[in-house]
Design a protein around this ligand. Structure first.
Ligand SMILES: [Zn+2]
Length: 424
C-alpha cells in the first residue's frame, strides 16, 4: 500500500487541483434520461439494457474516452425470465396493477384462468378436521392466502411449513400486507406463482382471482460498457470506477421499474467522473466500467473478472458506486475492514473537505459489483450513500423522488480519494 505522500497532504489541506467541480445539472439530466420510459427500466423487455448501454457508449465517445478493445462493449449472455406482454390480475372483477398493488415472485411462471381463493390461518391449521378437509381437496384451481401463517406461534408449525412450501399443490400462494413491493429478476422459472399484495389493495373478502400472466424466456445478449482515460505518468497502473447500469426492467407492458437510485445515480456519478478525468488527465490510467446484469446476480462483473481486459494485478484500486443519490446520513464503505489504511485515508479526505456527516465501515459483502474483484485480490471499496430514501427495487424509485442533496460533496470525496490513491 502506498503511504500518504507529502504532496497528497498538501493537496488535501489546500485543495490543489480541485479546480473542476462536479456538474449537478449534467448528473440530473443523465439520471432523468436513464429513468425515462424509452429505457424500459434497463432490463430485458424491449432490450432496455441495450438502450442504456448505447447511451453510456455515446457519453464515453463524447468525453473522448478510449475503448479497451475494438470498441466500448464487452459482450456476454445468460438465460432470463421476462414479462413483455400481459401481467393482469382481477380480484372479484376489479383490476389491480402490477408494481403498484401487487408483485409476482421472481421467475413467476405463466398463469391464465380464474381461481378460487381460500384464506388459511392458524385456527384452520390447528383444527384437525378443517385441516384434513383442506388437504383432501384438489387445490389446483385455488390460490391460498397464507400470510397469517408466517411469523406466528403455531401449535402445528410443521403443517404451516408444509402449506407455506405449497406442499398442498395449490395453483399459487398469496401474501398480503406487504408494504414494499420489492422485485428481482430471475434466470429460472419458479415452481408456482406467489402474489404479494400491498395492504389496502386486497379487499377483506375475495372469492375469485382472474389472472393473465405471460412469462417469457430467452438467452439474453448484453454488454459491459468500458472506457479509459490514459495515465500521464503511470499508464500501466489503473484506478477503476464501476457502476451497474441495468435494473429490473418491466413487469408486463405497463409497469416500469425506473431504478433512479439503483443505479442510475451511480452511473451518473461514474460518467461525471469520466468527464472530469477526461478534462483533468490523471497520473494513472483511469478505467470506467458500466456493468450489465448486476441485478440478476452480478453477472457482468463476474464475466469481466473471468475475462479481464486489463491485468487485474495492475488495478491499484477499484471503486464501485451503487445507490448514490442521498448522503444526508453519510457514506457506507463495504470492504472498509479489508483495507483499513485506505479507509482511514478516505476519512481524512472527508474531514479535509468537510463533505459528509459520517463515513461508516462495513466488512466484505457479496452485494454489488466489487465482490468478484475483491475475491480475485483486487483492492476495492463499494460506496453507497445513506439518507432519507426508502424506495428500493420498487416502481417508486423514480427520478422525481431523488434529492441528490449531498451529491456535490460525495462526488468531491470520491474524486479526492481516487486522486490520493494516485498520489496526486
Ligand atoms: Zn444496485
Amino acid at each position: 500500500m502506498r503511504k500518504l505522500t507529502s504532496l497528497a497532504l498538501l493537496y488535501l489541506l489546500y485543495g490543489l487541483g480541485s479546480a473542476q467541480a462536479q456538474d449537478i445539472s449534467y448528473v440530473r439530466s443523465c439520471i432523468k434520461t436513464l429513468c425515462s420510459n424509452d429505457f424500459y427500466g434497463r432490463g430485458y423487455v424491449n432490450n432496455g439494457d441495450k438502450v442504456a448501454a448505447n447511451f453510456i457508449r455515446g457519453e464515453f465517445t463524447k468525453f473522448g474516452l478510449k475503448p479497451l478493445g475494438d470498441n466500448y462493449f464487452q459482450s456476454l449472455g445468460f438465460p432470463v425470465i421476462f414479462y413483455p406482454d400481459r401481467v393482469e390480475i382481477e380480484l372479484d372483477g376489479v383490476r389491480v396493477f402490477a408494481g403498484h398493488d401487487f408483485i409476482m415472485n421472481p421467475g413467476c411462471p405463466s398463469l391464465k384462468g380464474t381461481f378460487k381463493v381460500i384464506r388459511v390461518d392458524s385456527a384452520l391449521v390447528d383444527n384437525s378436521s378443517e385441516y384434513n378437509k383442506l388437504i383432501a381437496k384438489n387445490l389446483k384451481g385455488y390460490f391460498l392466502i397464507v400470510d397469517e401463517l408466517k411469523g406466528k406461534k403455531l401449535l402445528r408449525p410443521e403443517r404451516a411449513k408444509f402449506i407455506l412450501n405449497n406442499g398442498l399443490k395449490a395453483k399459487g400462494l398469496i401474501y398480503r400486507n406487504n408494504e414494499a413491493l420489492v422485485w428481482s429478476p430471475s434466470m429460472d422459472f419458479a415452481d408456482y406463482p406467489i402474489l404479494y399484495f400491498k395492504k389496502g389493495s386486497f379487499p377483506s373478502l375475495v372469492l375469485k382471482l382472474e389472472a393473465k400472466i405471460d412469462a417469457a424466456h430467452k438467452v439474453h445478449g448484453t454488454q459491459n460498457v468500458i472506457g479509459m482515460v490514459p495515465g500521464k505518468l503511470y499508464p500501466d497502473s489503473f484506478i477503476v470506477f464501476t457502476a451497474h447500469y441495468d435494473h429490473l426492467g418491466m413487469m408486463g407492458s405497463n409497469t416500469i421499474f425506473p431504478g433512479a437510485n439503483d443505479n442510475a445515480s451511480g452511473v451518473a456519478m461514474m460518467l461525471d467522473l469520466a468527464n472530469y478525468y477526461a478534462k483533468n488527465p490523471p497520473p494513472y490510467s483511469v478505467v470506467f466500467i458500466a456493468f450489465a446484469a448486476e441485478e440478476i446476480g452480478l453477472l457482468g462483473s463476474m464475466y469481466f473478472v473471468q475475462n479481464p481486459l486489463i491485468e487485474l494485478k495492475k488495478i491499484s484500486f477499484l471503486i464501485n458506486m451503487d445507490l448514490m443519490s442521498t448522503g444526508d446520513e453519510g457514506l457506507t464503505v463495504v470492504n472498509a475492514t479489508e483495507f483499513p489504511q485506505w479507509f482511514d485515508n478516505l476519512k481524512l479526505c472527508n474531514i479535509a473537505g468537510n463533505y459528509l456527516p459520517d463515513i461508516a465501515s462495513r466488512g466484505k459483502a457479496q452485494n454489488s459489483d466489487h465482490y468478484f474483484f475483491t475475491e480475485a485480490g483486487v483492492p476495492s471499496f463499494f460506496f453507497y450513500l445513506r439518507g432519507n430514501y426508502h424506495h428500493y427495487h420498487d416502481v417508486d424509485d423514480t427520478y422525481e423522488a431523488l434529492t441528490l442533496s449531498k451529491y456535490p460533496e460525495a462526488f468531491k470525496l470520491v474524486r479526492d480519494f481516487a486522486n490520493m490513491r494516485m498520489g496526486k
